[in-house]
Ligand binder design. Structure first.
Ligand code: C2E
Ligand code: MG
Ligand code: MG
Length: 442
């Protein structure tokens, strides 16, 4: 596998411009035998904002340094590839390349002999480019180092295809910063767009409806609250559950539209309950995206105000992933929640890795213990003592505790031995429509 260990170090030169053609070699496609072409689109997410941090045209300067690094590591990688094949290291390697800049993208076009650049070697080449680009760059004249967060999309084929490389680039993320163009992705993308459009149309036609599941005090079976759970009344497929559409929705801004719909329907239910002198708090589930856009909180707070409803009636459920959100977004969200006077509950507690200490620093008043704990508790004395220990620790620290997913009498009896915690589950009732929820004994 080629490495960049022996590569010459690059240095920052303001005047440096990437050569129009690869360091004296001809441009791609100029007469190599048995050619294959690599099109590569690259961008440095970490460079955005460099002008603000360092002033002047820092972003461009850094981009030039990075592009020089790209070329150096490319040359090193190919030298190693050639020596792998037993070629004389002094011979010019059988490849030609060109780096150019287009907007915030660096484009690399490379032509090489097919025997030199097969799929396996390509992988090694990309890995070595990535390793070189990931090293932080020192801003000229500054003591600070900047991580550039490089992303690469590429395509290997019979001809140059930057559009395909850019298409692959759009799929990159912090967790998978390198993506290869794949025909399947085109199909998947089209299918996803079709599905999103269908959901958007469904939202417009009012097909997304909140169901409400009661939260019970197991000591007396009284309804002490409810949770809004969204359903899609699909005109052909019937009633669809969140697992059927939430995945797609959560990756786009559609989740915010769904959350607003659910919040509106929840306020409407609270109004109807108030008319019947039944006031119980209802919980709304929030996704990661909702936390980054505090509009939902402000709008819901305004709607409640208009209807003379207390903010105590809205409870927001967030998952443990809230601990992974950056400080700035989290602090904006928390300010909006505090201003509105809503309470926060931590959903599915214990199902994911979470920074427990960070979680417990958040102003969370309720913990919803995942059904998994209940299942384990019903299976063995050890499971029972874990659940008991957890619930009593949380209650002692003044959290409200709800155990989710109570399905059987045996499970309910376990909870009865833990006074002070609430329960939710099919044993009492699944989520029902607003009309039925109003009919429950509250
Ligand atoms: P969740 O917030 O933990 O909601 C509880 C889920 O457990 C619900 O599934 C509920 O129907 C189900 N459940 C209730 N009792 C029982 C039981 O006794 N046994 C079992 N096995 N399950 C039970 P649902 O409605 O399919 O929702 C699944 C998840 O989808 C929710 O988990 C929540 O994370 C998400 N979700 C639902 N509605 C919304 C929404 O309006 N917005 C957002 N962002 N997420 C939502
Ligand atoms: Mg929930
Ligand atoms: Mg839950």
């Amino acid at each position: 596998m080629p490495t960049t260990t022996n590569c010459p170090q690059t240095s920052a030169k303001k005047s440096y411009k990437p050569p129009a053609q690869g360091l004296g070699l001809k441009g791609p496609g100029a007469g190599l035998k048995n050619e294959t072409y690599l099109s590569l689109a690259l961008k440095f997410n970490g460079l955005f904002g460099a002008d603000i941090l360092f002033g002047g045209k820092a972003q461009d300067e850094l981009c030039i340094i990075a592009s020089k690094r790209l070329q150096m590591s490319l040359l090193c990688a190919f030298k190693e590839l050639a020596s792998d094949r037993g070629a004389n290291p002094k011979e010019k390697p059988a490849f030609q390349y060109k780096v150019s800049k287009q907007g915030d993208l660096l484009l690399l076009s490379l032509a090489a002999n097919k025997t030199l650049l097969d799929e396996d070697r390509l992988q090694a080449l990309i890995d070595s480019l990535m390793a070189a680009l990931k090293k932080p760059i020192k801003m000229p004249g500054q003591a600070l180092m900047l991580e550039t967060d490089p992303r690469i999309g590429y395509h290997l084929g019979q001809e140059l295809a930057f559009d395909k490389a850019a298409f692959a680039l759009a799929r990159t993320s912090i967790h998978s910063p390198v993506q290869k163009y794949d025909l399947r992705h085109r199909r998947l993308r089209l299918a996803r767009m079709k599905r999103e459009t269908e959901i958007r149309d469904g939202l417009r036609r009012g097909e997304f409806v909140s169901y409400f599941q009661p939260k019970i005090d197991p000591r007396n079976n009284e309804v002490v609250g409810g949770e809004a759970l969204v359903r899609w009344k699909h005109p052909e497929k019937g009633l669809l559950m969140p697992k059927d559409f939430l995945g797609i929705v959560e990756e786009s801004s559609l989740i915010c539209d769904i959350s607003q719909t659910v919040a509106r329907q929840t306020v409407a239910l609270l109004v109807r309950l108030k008319r019947k002198a039944k006031e119980v708090p209802i919980a709304i589930n929030l996704s990661e995206q909702d936390l980054k856009v505090p509009d939902l909180i402000e709008q819901t707070s305004r709607q409640l105000g208009k209807c003379n409803l207390s903010p105590d009636l809205i409870n927001l459920e967030v998952s443990e992933r809230v601990a992974l959100i950056n400080e700035e977004d989290l602090s904006d969200f928390m300010s909006a929640v505090q201003k509105a006077g809503f309470s926060l509950a931590l959903d599915d507690f214990g199902t994911a890795y979470s920074g427990l200490l960070r979680l417990l620093q958040l102003p969370i008043s309720e913990i919803k213990v995942d059904r998994l704990f209940l299942v384990k508790a019903a299976e063995s004395p050890k499971g029972r003592s874990i659940l008991q220990g957890l619930v009593s620790m949380l209650l002692e620290h003044k959290y409200r505790v709800t155990v989710e997913g109570v399905e059987k009498l045996r499970e309910l009896n376990l909870l009865k031995a833990m006074p002070g915690c609430f329960a939710q589950g099919f044993y009492f009732s699944p989520a029902v429509d607003a009309q039925q929820f109003q009919g429950l004994k509250v």
